[in-house]
Design a protein around this ligand. Sequence first.
Ligand code: SOE
Length: 389
Amino acid sequence: MTKPLRIGMVGYGFMGRAHSNAYNRIGNFFPELGYRPVLQAACARDREKLARFASTWGYADIETDWRKLVARPDIDVVDICVPNNLHKDIALAAAANGKMILCEKPLAMSVAEGEAMVEAVERAGVPTMVWYNYRRLPSVSLAKQLVDEGRIGRPYHYRARFLQDWTISSDLPQGGAALWRLDVNAAGSGVTGDLLAHNIDTAMWLNGPIVKVMAETETFVKQRLHQETGKVEPVGIDDACIFICRFQNGSMGVFESTRYARGHKALKTFELNGADGSVMFDLHEPEYLDFFEYRSKESGQKVPSHTAGWRRIHVTNGEHPYMSHWWVPGLVIGYEHSFVHAVADFIQGLETGKPAQPDFRNALETQKVCEAVLRSARSGRWEETGVAL
Ligand code: SOE
């Protein structure tokens, strides 16, 4: 018997749509799951826009006050898809009402806020998950499988980039509906929390804890019109961030993120190089994982140099992570499916009692790295992350 999982969605922006789409798809493609999301109510302040969102995606009801939404007895899961400065208060109230919580990344504005959230949900004993969706692309999950199978061997290097160009114009205001990501009071940070957090989450999932970091940040446009105050105000976010780091396993990392890489909309890549092999991923071609096998795991032998080479694995067949749920081998899926997989994993966690990751506690570790990165950019020194995975 499939049980309903009644969703209370807070927010209706880009992520509200991505998550709602995932809830709507899951029953068709993962019919074996024991819970089926029901779009019970959506919540935002603008009633007219909210009503349009609710009818587009199929929410049965609307609320204009999140405090009412999180207290409703007909809601099982609160999904937080609003600017980062609201995550903590909504999560604390949802936990106090015994709700499960799905929260957009990054977990919080700061480690202190994140710790309060972890404490609240663990005290309430409610399942949680943070939407670090890129883990759930089949090719990224395959990279994890190859690492876990020991095909990379001793890791030496990790490198990751997330490059965009949408904030270059100094005419772009900060604050308000779509542009809260430029307002430090709403976002907490710039590319570090918004883009690098994704890369850090994937990196620590694949390659273990990051223990220390050394960073540089830059804010290229120093002031912008603030849409809420109507005044030109200083820009408090990092427009670009580069950092180097050490992983606990001894490997070295290099990360770069910017919203000023002219021409790049979402160049997101990572690479892990080890003694026995390497993997490379590029979001522009999400259905591929590039793999170099130096030593065959099966034979234990070095692959002969004249046949060794980078192999493009087309991650589309039923043996690849998640793919048996979709089409026939050779046919591709994309970005939106990573969110469907996140819902599937969360539900599976409810069924098995083995919580889907990253839960709030796990996502707090990414928050610690982000905070250490920003600290290092200010201090000009190496900073310990305090990550305890
Ligand atoms: C920013 O442009 C953004 O939408 C992030 O907020 C998302 O987390 C990222 O996946 C894509 O870029």
